[in-house]
Design a protein around this ligand. Structure first.
Ligand SMILES: CC(C)(COP(=O)(O)OP(=O)(O)OC[C@H]1O[C@@H](n2cnc3c(N)ncnc32)[C@H](O)[C@@H]1OP(=O)(O)O)[C@@H](O)C(=O)NCCC(=O)NCCS
Length: 250
């Protein structure tokens, strides 16, 4: 079902009403909703996938189940409207955990729990094709072990909340002694690129991919960016004072 925040996508909210705070178990459904609402370059997953439950089970369950201490949410009056999440140990560690949950997902698949349609089959095919063609990016450098994923519902963007979430996550990584963090985005995610650059991330790798060519006009390039946490200042820019209060401010 399309969330109420998608239908309210062009209404900007007052960011002072939004709190950035650590994840709680009861946020799980909200994180999954935001994940699905923003999966297609910030738009809902239904553009290319049939079943948002399957999409969330494959992509975000591993983080809520295994790395909950590294999730921060943007909370608007009790509703999750955005998150940042990741693993301090990186993609290989995430994959190892995700593989353990595959039997459960497969069990649900064969018992008809998910809707598998044409869009899903095409997406899986495009992924395999891009993977075999060497068009996917993975950062394996020990200098940037942690990864991150960040998303905000449409009505909550462009008001400083992204930077507030980044600050919370980087502080958490630093407190655990993690030396660096990387993120993979595309040339089409302009706000994300600007956010990462403002936070001090540098381009590590860039690669053209054809996996979105069915849905997006023009070239899509995957971009991996990295930030060394032991070489960068602890304070990150805040836009127009304090946007998105952090829990510690209350
Ligand atoms: C990417 C995202 C998390 C950024 O969070 P945000 O709250 O919108 O960003 P902020 O308001 O903190 O702004 C951060 C910087 O990006 C800039 N920015 C914001 N929206 C922008 C836009 N649409 N185009 C270009 N720059 C933009 C801001 O001006 C700011 O830079 P500045 O400090 O130089 O002014 C959010 O826009 C989002 O969820 N987008 C859709 C999903 C997505 O792309 N996720 C990332 C996938 S890798």
């Amino acid at each position: 079902m399309v969330s109420r925040f998608v239908s309210a996508s062009h209404e900007k909210v007052n960011p002072t009403d939004v709190l950035v705070r650590p994840y709680r178990p009861e946020d799980r459904a909200g994180v999954r909703r935001v994940y699905a609402d923003t999966a297609f370059f910030g738009e809902p997953v239904e553009a290319f996938f049939d079943d948002r439950e399957l999409f969330a089970d494959l992509g975000v369950s591993v983080y809520t189940d295994c790395y909950a201490d590294y999730i921060f949410v943007a909370d608007s009056q009790g509703e999750v409207v955005g998150y940042i999440l990741g693993s301090p140990a990186g993609d290989a560690d995430v994959r190892a955990h995700a593989i353990k949950s595959l039997p459960r997902v497969l069990g649900r698949l064969v018992t008809g729990h998910y809707r598998i349609g044409r869009k899903t089959l095409i997406h899986v095919g495009m992924n395999v094709w891009a993977g075999l063609g060497g068009e996917l990016l993975e950062v394996r450098s020990a200098a940037y072990p942690a990864n991150l994923h960040i998303n905000l519902e449409a009505g909550y963007r462009g008001q400083g909340l992204g930077m507030a979430l980044i600050r919370a996550y980087l502080d958490k990584l630093r407190s655990g002694g993690v030396p660096g963090v990387h993120v993979v985005t595309t040339n089409r995610n302009e706000a994300a690129l600007q956010l990462y650059r403002r936070a001090g991330f540098q381009l590590l790798q860039e690669k053209r991919t054809r996996m979105w060519q069915r849905y997006v006009d023009g070239e899509v390039r995957l971009m991996a960016l990295g930030l060394r946490l032991n070489e960068t200042p602890h304070s990150l820019p805040a836009r127009n004072g304090s946007r998105g209060k952090t829990a510690s401010q209350f």
